[in-house]
Design a protein around this ligand. Structure first.
Ligand SMILES: [Zn+2]
Length: 241
């Protein structure tokens, strides 16, 4: 890595479970939030029965619920899937007037040596448009999340909204373990709503990036996990995420 390139940090990603298990319906058991917090102050995840979306911002985990409301998650809350890190950006840039694909291309352009590493990404600023979804939660524990999430999710569109977007970019070969490519969650600045980003247009703001070379994955200690069908469904993950 040359001197002109942003250096990777000593941070590591901690991930609980894998997205293939979550999508197969392994949503009943999880890591308590108080334990997850030992591994990071920044990240995203889901709740028991895939009920809502989780965003971890500056050490506070929020549950963004299907009805559009937000609560600070209780320390005892279980998360069946989560990806967190202690966020230490090595690159911070101002960005303006970018559609989602342009934003992603811009991130690739300013981290040219990092395409095979993980990136933790944070954006704070104003979105001209933000489309996000909130998972409804399962009626039947253990049912396949992949098959139901896009049918039951609530999609919310906002315009001229200020907030924070947090997430990760994972190399393509990690599909099924995590979500390959970009996985980003959004929370409104006043903390009144948010969810899993589907599409957006940035008006202006600041982006921070941390290049990460270390990932620690903890697999659930449950009978359900042992019986999960972990066959990779690339098409399903792309559709659901
Ligand atoms: Zn998500």
């Amino acid at each position: 890595m040359s001197d002109s390139q942003p250096l990777e940090t000593s941070s590591r990603i901690y991930q609980y479970s894998i997205i293939s298990a979550f999508m197969d319906g392994q949503t009943l058991h999880g890591i308590p939030l108080k334990d997850l917090g030992k591994h990071g102050d920044f990240g995203l995840g889901s709740f028991q029965l895939a009920d809502g979306e989780m965003i971890l911002v500056d050490g506070t985990a929020y549950r963004m619920s299907y009805d559009g409301s937000i609560t600070v998650a209780e320390p005892s809350t279980c998360l069946p899937y989560a990806m967190v890190t202690f966020y230490t950006p090595t690159v911070t840039v101002a960005v303006a007037g970018m559609l989602k694909p342009n934003f992603q291309k811009h991130i690739e352009d300013i981290t040219p040596t990092a395409k095979n590493y993980f990136l933790a990404i944070r954006f704070d600023g104003v979105f001209k448009k933000m489309r996000f979804r909130i998972a409804k939660g399962q009626d039947v524990p253990g049912a396949n999340v992949m098959k139901t999430i896009t049918k039951t999710q609530r999609v919310i569109d906002m315009e001229d909204v200020e907030g924070t977007m947090i997430g990760f970019r994972s190399p393509g070969c990690y599909q099924g373990i995590t979500v390959a490519g970009y996985h980003l969650h959004f929370i409104k600045k006043d903390r009144t709503t948010g969810g899993h980003c589907l599409d957006f247009e940035i008006q202006k703001g600041i982006t921070g990036i941390s290049i990460i070379r270390q990932i620690d994955i903890e697999l659930p200690d449950s009978d359900d996990f042992c019986e999960a069908d972990l066959t990779l469904d690339n098409e399903g993950i792309v559709k659901a995420e």
